[in-house]
Design a protein around this ligand. Structure first.
Ligand SMILES: *Cc1c(COP(=O)(O)O)cnc(C)c1O
Length: 377
């Protein structure tokens, strides 16, 4: 029975507005979430250093691969050519490789595949902003373990947080946004404490920027840990953020579970082709990455010189723990033509971008650290 229409849709300048309408029933944990907020769009003359993107344009071979892709046909849903290229690169089989529309989408697939209502997902905090949302969408519960005072994962506390309800543990190295790495030794000690039935996701979105030999590198550990899946992406080092392509390496049955949750055909052909060409031109692309890592170290040294007490960064970004004055700090950067990512009352994350941005960045950071030191008295 249709009841009286006691509501109407009002067309205002703001779009459709429901007036006195009964609301449809949504999942409360989803309604309580904030939709993903992207790094602020930059003013024309500002440097957008808020999303850890690569400042370089694609190399000609990649542009050509994109331009020569057909788009009237669906892409190869199994992405077999790309998976084979990655498998060859890592000395694995294509079954041990899964590709997704960005490694963020694979994170979501794996969390959904392993954790549901009543289950827990353990990760460090602060870490990647997307983790809490993926866990909530899966219907599972986040267990966030605070970073140490020096902005690193507290791996012992994370291991202690694992219970019978834990289905997934996420380790992010280098950690977004704090830039710290987990060492290979620390990771080994950590894995020894984690039950083999718990899925461990090692998120290595920034691994190509790491120059520290002691840092953990996931692919070579896969043979030791059947419950480990390593996630990497073409978005950051390879400069393909706009094409959405990332990958996971791990046990076939786990990746099959991720594949089962996927929205089919979401990795488009231009992305698959550009990724293959990027692997072929890896040496050339990684030279650019090396340049960005050098620039990162230069910026970090200058920040320390200014009086910042910040951990050595290992990704393509630096972390400034600005605490309560974070919003103000972001404005100072913005006034100086730098768009940063402000994260709550914890700090700002600034991507390593164009050389031309450095002078402005350091001018702003100097003003912020002066205020911070004054506030500390
Ligand atoms: C950027 C990022 C990703 C993945 O990005 P995609 O563009 O979805 O591949 C994953 N993890 C972390 C920590 C990141 O910063």
């Amino acid at each position: 029975m249709v009841t009286t229409m006691h509501w109407r849709l009002a067309r205002s300048q703001l779009g459709l507005v429901l007036v006195n309408a009964p609301r449809v029933r949504l999942r409360p944990e989803i309604e309580g979430m904030q939709p993903y907020r992207q790094g602020k769009a930059a003013a024309e003359d500002a440097f957008k250093l808020s999303s850890n993107e690569n400042p370089f344009e694609p190399i000609p071979a990649v542009l050509e691969a994109i331009a020569s892709s057909s788009v009237n046909r669906y892409p190869d849903g199994s992405a077999i050519a790309l998976r084979t290229a990655l498998a060859d690169h890592y000395a694995l089989t294509p079954e041990n490789v899964h590709v997704g529309a960005g490694s963020a989408s694979i994170l979501s697939q794996l969390i959904t595949a392993a954790a549901g209502p009543g289950d827990e997902v353990v990760y460090s905090w602060r870490s990647f902003e997307a983790y809490p949302g993926f866990v909530a969408v899966a219907g599972a519960t986040s267990v966030q373990v605070p970073n140490t005072a020096d902005h690193r994962h507290n791996l012992d506390a994370m291991a202690d947080a694992v219970t019978d309800r834990t289905r997934v543990v996420i380790v992010c190295s280098p950690n977004n946004p704090t830039g710290s790495v987990v060492t290979a030794d620390e990771f080994t000690a950590f894995m020894a404490q984690i039950p083999e039935t718990v899925l461990v996701l090692l998120d290595e979105a920034y691994i190509e920027f790491v120059t520290d030999d002691t840092a953990v590198r996931g692919p070579q550990l896969l043979a030791h840990y059947p419950n480990l899946v390593v996630l990497r992406t073409f978005s950051k080092a390879y400069g393909l953020a706009g094409l959405r392509v990332g990958y996971a390496l791990g046990a076939e049955y786990v990746l099959d579970a991720a594949r089962a949750t996927t929205i089919p055909l979401s990795v488009i052909e231009p992305a698959q082709r550009a990724a293959i060409v990027s692997i072929e031109h890896q040496a050339e692309l990684l030279e650019r990455v090396a340049g960005l890592s050098v620039l990162r170290d230069t910026i970090w040294a200058a920040l320390v010189e200014q009086g910042w007490d910040v951990p050595k960064p290992h990704g393509n970004f630096v972390w400034l723990p600005t605490g309560d004055i974070t919003a103000w700090a972001a404005d100072v950067f913005s006034d100086n033509g730098i768009v940063v990512r402000a994260l709550g009352t914890d700090g700002v994350r600034i991507s390593i971008g164009e050389h031309e941005s450095v002078e402005k960045l350091l001018k702003a950071s100097e003003e912020v650290v002066r205020k911070l030191r004054t506030a500390e008295g």
